[in-house]
Design a protein around this ligand. Sequence first.
Ligand code: NAD
Length: 501
Amino acid sequence: MATASRVIDHYISGGAPAPTRRGDVFDPNTGRVQASVALGDQAVLDRAVQAALAAQPGWAATNPQRRARVMFRFKELIEANMEELARLLSSEHGKVIADSKGDIQRGLEVIEFCCAAPHLTKGEYTIGAGPGIDVYSMRVPLGIGAGITPFNFPGMIPMWMFGPAIVTGNAFILKPSERDPSVPVRLAELMKEAGLPDGILQVVHGDKEMVDAILDHPEIKAVSFVGSSDIAHYVYSRGTQAGKRVQAMGGAKNHGIVMPDADLDQVVADLSGAAFGSAGERCMALPVVVPVGDDTAERLKAKLLPAIEALRVGISTDDQAHYGPVVTAAHKAKIESYIQMGVDEGADLVVDGRGFKLQGYEDGFFVGPTLFDRVTTDMRTYQEEIFGPVLQMVRARDFEEAVALPSKHQYGNGVAIFTRNGHAAREFAARINVGMVGINVPIPVPVAYHSFGGWKRSGFGDHNQHGMEGIRFWTKTKTVTQRFPDGSPQGDSSFVIPTMG
Ligand code: NAD
């Protein structure tokens, strides 16, 4: 049981039952418990579902422009509260304030996209599909949807989900990560302030028990999940078994291919941010660099070393820091055990970030930047996601070998190639077996009006997040075939399938 005085409760219309279980929320900078979060169960979820059931039909019947106006007002409120939200986010996650603003901003861009929902949900119409017959289709909401989100983007990922779900007329229940749950609650409060009716956006906290309750609840029609791959697969299997629509995004191990003709100064600048920014706790981080040829590898390493040495690790409010602490002590221990595993597996540990202590913050969850060279595909540290400030260099002999590495990897979220050769880049984009590709772009997270999603064990189910894919995920198509006979004889019954011929 936590001892903190600040309690982060569920956000349920009509109030939540008193929590029976609670979890600790840490300040990763100091290592201290700063709050406790309610951990809910089926009874809590049911309270939220009842409120959603009562509210959703009215919301679905609200005209789409009015629904979109809530998004417009929410955008203004987010902008007005950006500083407060970013500080809150950093205080629980540990990422630096500027990066927290980016987290919120990328979510806000999805909200901006959602402002166009009246246009995006318009259907199709065919006049005269047959004699006196018109056919039209429309996209209608599913009813109640749920989102289960990871700790690493507590602003952006909830907005990826609840923006499209709500603007299309659904009620939405969010189950954020129990490690940094405060920003998701603030977002729900701001949506209410923006004019959203009660019951349309609610937040339930919890762990596996709450996730299972969501997956089994018969009134929840769709579940969007983002987190690690084993749990994504579990959520996908259990949710679809229960007849729900499920999209489940998983982990990642993104590779950056460096061709011999690449501008290495730019590559090093890009890699430093992409491998170590947010302490490597991004599903679109670039933790594997693949120089093509030993000469490229040596030149790259020579430039990387001073860049890594210049990295400043600091508390999340230090505006000079490049990155802050990782999220929990357990995660720090896991990253450090992977570093030891890399040594045991025979990789060259070039820079060792273990045992890093920040003066005045000795109990914070900091990990120094780490670089491995001569990592090979048989190593577990290559095959698995580390999710920390650890960059692994895997040397490839040639372009073919470099294309094969990410293509054969179990994860297929993002990948990047650094080259000045347009032909090589084009070949790479066409052949690579990965969902999101950057060409001289280290973190190719698609803009909000395109869609986000990885392949292989980085994504289960159909439909990516946001963009038109998000609108489709949160709606289903109804198609109407109509005629209004003029009263003249229409002929006898037909027992043959009707055709328009
Ligand atoms: P996680 O899988 O531990 O948790 C994600 C969610 O699942 C949380 O809400 C958590 O409460 C819940 N959960 C945890 N254990 C569970 C269990 N046993 N059964 C059911 N639910 C459970 O992930 P995390 O550590 O919060 O986030 C980091 C992971 O998310 C990384 O693997 C990262 O690559 C991935 N991620 C993927 C994307 C993407 O779009 N592909 C984006 C961000 C993060």
